[in-house]
Design a protein around this ligand. Structure first.
Ligand code: NAD
Length: 484
């Protein structure tokens, strides 16, 4: 990869037990730059054999890793965090090249990803058990917190750095070892993190990375009894497949799945604040985020004003390669993503929606999509039911608070939600009525390392970040001492 200051961060091999390895079959998978659709390079197309080897490596590293003091593990995580920040520019360039997002956003993701490493380095020092008063005087009872064991970590392409650190940092802090399977679309960010983890002194086998197409790797992670937990971020379809596959060996699961976030603008809202929030929530990463506003619900009295203000801002957006300065919307990840976005827009237009934004100049390249504001969106349209995962802002009109809440909750998903109001009573009523794991009041962002991140309903199980994030990698052991 050109322009990297430290070229050793670009690896085209998997990491198993401290060795950088190819697939036994010799097969590779091409990784494409979404801006040009040309190959950046290849990674090994690993399968069951390599995944088993990675799980065995994680199992043999586990004994020593869990025996380290929490302070020793914390120090290694701190070193990893320091290296991520020291190599921020290179990590961001790798990320933008394989994923497409604008370079400034990629830098933001590296800082966000690193914040989890720092946070869980600190949390490692606070894995406290507790004592329980015994019902009989001859007994003492304490509760120990112990690592779950070897964890399978499966991550998506839309945040190729942060979705890994959000899982691996708490796992390592807790004393677990991991096998990471990054998305086949964005493996290089994961591999660069592996290089830096080695450099930080994290021992061989604690972090293993298997690359390639998902089915065989996933089957081994699901079936292998040594893997005690799977932490997955990705689609609800694959999440429920993993849940079924993990059932036979009764593994613990954390699932961060798809969303269908409502973004509600009441007529007593600060409209300028709501516009800023909508831009962040809807158009960051080209609309390819799980917490992205999928349905923008606007109260009738301010509908036209909000639509006009949003349109003015969207018309000013530049579409282009993420490495080009000033670009707001990079290429979409692949052609399937482009086709889904186009299908949603065509369906909405056929059912009466209208595009009110101008068509911007699109650069050469098949994976660019124009950012759009659509008025006249209704529940009959596909974009009301499914994540569009693109820069399309459909505006739904509502009259009453009750109608807005019913519309917002009328989805099997429950990840993020947002609403704007200046009315304090309404703020409490609506905040409590929304059936989502995360609610943003007068803000379009809900992701930070200090707060629990996760969904309800079909958006998943468990929480990442915050103090809760490390509990996902810990078991409680009741330790009874009798005969006193
Ligand atoms: P995806 O489900 O297609 O893939 C996610 C990961 O699962 C990838 O690594 C993929 O290779 C792997 N995978 C696919 N099939 C598998 C199988 N049979 N066995 C094991 N692994 C398999 O999702 P994606 O397209 O990469 O990501 C987009 C989705 O992720 C969206 O639905 C988005 O909402 C969701 N997402 C959720 C969160 C969250 O925190 N809730 C965050 C980011 C993305």
């Amino acid at each position: 990869m050109k322009n990297l200051k430290d070229k050793t961060l670009f690896r085209e091999a998997g990491l198993i037990g401290g060795r950088w390895v190819t697939a036994g079959s010799g097969k590779t998978v091409d990784v494409l730059d979404p801006a040009t659709q040309s190959a950046i390079g290849t990674v090994p197309d690993m399968a069951g054999t390599e995944t088993r080897a990675a799980i065995e490596a994680a199992a043999s590293a586990y004994g020593d890793w869990r025996k380290k003091t929490n302070a020793e593990r914390a120090a290694l995580l701190e070193a990893w965090h320091g290296l991520m920040l020291a190599h921020l520019d290179d990590l961001a360039l790798i990320l933008t090249t394989e994923q497409g997002k604008p370079l400034d956003e990629a830098k933001g993701e590296i800082r966000y990803g690193a914040s989890f490493v720092k946070w869980f380095a600190e949390e490692a020092r606070r894995i406290n058990g507790h004592t329980i008063p015994s019902p009989t005087s001859d007994r003492r009872i304490i509760v120990l917190k112990e690592p779950v064991g070897v964890c399978g970590i499966i991550t998506p392409w839309n945040f190729p750095n942060a979705m890994i650190t959000r899982k691996v940092a708490p796992a390592l802090a807790a004393g677990c070892t991991v096998v990471i399977k990054p998305s086949e679309f964005t493996p290089y960010s994961a591999l660069a993190l592996g290089v830096l983890a080695e450099r930080a002194g994290i021992p061989a086998g604690v972090i293993n990375i298997v690359t390639g197409m998902p089915a065989e790797i996933g089957n081994e992670i699901m079936a292998n009894e040594t893997v005690r937990k799977i932490s997955f971020t990705g689609s609800t379809r694959v999440g429920s497949l993993l849940m079924r596959g993990a059932a036979d060996s009764v593994k613990r699961l954390s699932l961060e799945l798809g969303g269908n976030a409502p973004f509600i603008v009441f007529d007593d809202a600060d409209l300028d604040l709501a516009i800023e929030g909508a831009l962040v929530s809807k158009f960051r990463n080209g609309g390819q985020t799980c917490v992205c506003a999928n349905r923008i619900l606007v109260q009738a009295r301010v509908y036209e004003t909000f639509a006009a203000k949003l349109t003015a801002r969207v018309n000013a957006m530049t579409v282009g390669p993420g490495t080009q300065p000033g670009v707001a919307i990079g290429p979409m990840i692949n052609m399937a993503a482009v086709e889904k976005i186009n299908r949603h827009v065509e369906d909405a237009l056929a059912k009466g929606a209208e595009i009110i934004t101008q068509k911007p100049a699109l650069p050469e390249g098949l994976q660019y999509v124009a950012p759009l504001v659509l008025t006249g969106a209704t529940n009959e349209m596909q974009l009301a039911d499914e994540e569009t995962f693109g820069p399309v802002a459909p505006l739904f009109r509502f009259e009453t608070e009750e109608e807005a809440i019913a519309l917002a909750n009328g989805t099997p998903y429950g990840l993020a939600s947002y609403f704007y109001t200046e009315n304090l009573k309404r703020a409490w009523r609506v905040g409590e009525a929304l059936e989502f794991g995360m609610v943003g009041l007068n803000t379009g962002s809900v992701s930070m390392e200090v707060a629990p991140f996760g969904g309800v309903k079909q958006s998943g199980l468990g929480r990442e970040g915050a103090q809760a994030g490390i509990e996902e990698y810990l078991e409680m052991k009741s330790f009874h001492m009798g005969g006193l």
